[in-house]
Design a protein around this ligand. Sequence first.
Ligand code: NAD
Length: 309
Amino acid sequence: MPLRVGVIGVGHLGKHHARILASLPDVELVGVVDTNRPRADEIAAANHTRPLYDAKELAGNVDAVTIAVPTETHLEVARSFLMAGVPVLVEKPMTRTLEEADQLIDLAAKAGVPLAVGHTERFNPAVEVASTLLTNPRFIEVHRLGAFPDRSLDIDVVFDLMIHDLDVVLSLVHSEVTAIEAVGVPVLTGRVDIANARLRFANGCIANVTASRISRDRVRKIRFFQPMAYLSIDYAAQKVEMWKLVRGQGAMPSIEGGEVDVPGDEPLKRELADFVDAAASKRAPKVDGAQGRRALALATEITCKIDSN
Ligand code: NAD
C-alpha cells in the first residue's frame, strides 16, 4: 500500500514538495491544500491530484503531511495532524518561537509519531559527503549571500537564511555553543538584512557565519579548517574540496587533495524520501523536532544579541 501524503501550502517551496512527492515510489499524493484557491488548482493539476482549500479536508485521508505554509501558522496547521497521530514534516524555521516548537515536539511525542523539520541542506549530498571527512573542525567560515528577494521579508535574514548554516554547523561540531557575538544591519528593509555571528563552542571551535539578502552575488559556501586539513563545501554547486598536509619520508611535507567525488542529487528529494520512510516505518527522521528546535534556539539567541548590540 502506498503512503497517502498531502502537502499543505503550495507556494514557492510547497510546489516542489508536491512535484517530488508525486514522483516518489510508494507514495500517493492525495491532495494539495492552499487557501489561495487558484494556486491550489494550478499545483494540483500539474501533479494530477486533488486541490483542497482547507487543511481540515485532509483529515482521515492521509498517512502523513508536509507543511510549507508561512512560519507563523506552522504550529496551528501541524497541531491537529499530530493530535490525530499523523506524521508531520514542517518547513524551517520550525516555528516562530521556542514555546511553539516545544508544543509541536510534545504533541509528536504524545502521539508517538515522527516530526521532521525541513532543514534541506542537511540532505545536500555535498554536506553528507563532507560529514564523513570532517573529524575535528577548529575554525568554520560560512557565507550565504543572495540578491534581494521578493519573499520572506517579514523575517530577519537570521531566521530565513542563516538558520540553514546554524543547523549544519551544529550537526558537525559535536559541542555546545558557549559564547556568541553578533551584529545585524537593516539596510533595505526594517528587518535585519545582513548578519554576522561568531560562535564559540565548548571544545574551542569557532564558527564565523555571515548571511545576507542584499548582495550582488549568490554565494553558498562553508569552509572548515581542522588540524592538517582544509575542507570546503559549495552547497549550490554540490562540490567538496579537501586538502591535507601529508608527511612522507622526505624532509618536506606535501599538500595533497582536490575535489572529492559527490553523487549529485536534489536535497529536497532526499529530505522528503527520508520523511516518507520515517513515516512508513515510524522511525525518527534524520532532522527531527529536537534538531529543528536546536537551530531555532541558536537563531533566537543570535537575534537577541543583535538586538542588544
Ligand atoms: P509562500 O508564501 O511562497 O507559500 C506559502 C503558501 O501557503 C501560499 O501559497 C499561501 O497561500 C499558503 N497558505 C497560507 N496559509 C495557509 C493555510 N493555513 N493553509 C493552506 N495554505 C496556506 O512561502 P514559501 O517561501 O514557500 O515558505 C513557506 C515555508 O517554507 C516557510 O516556513 C519558509 O521559511 C519555508 N522555506 C524553506 C526553504 C528551505 O530551503 N527549506 C526555502 C524556502 C522557504
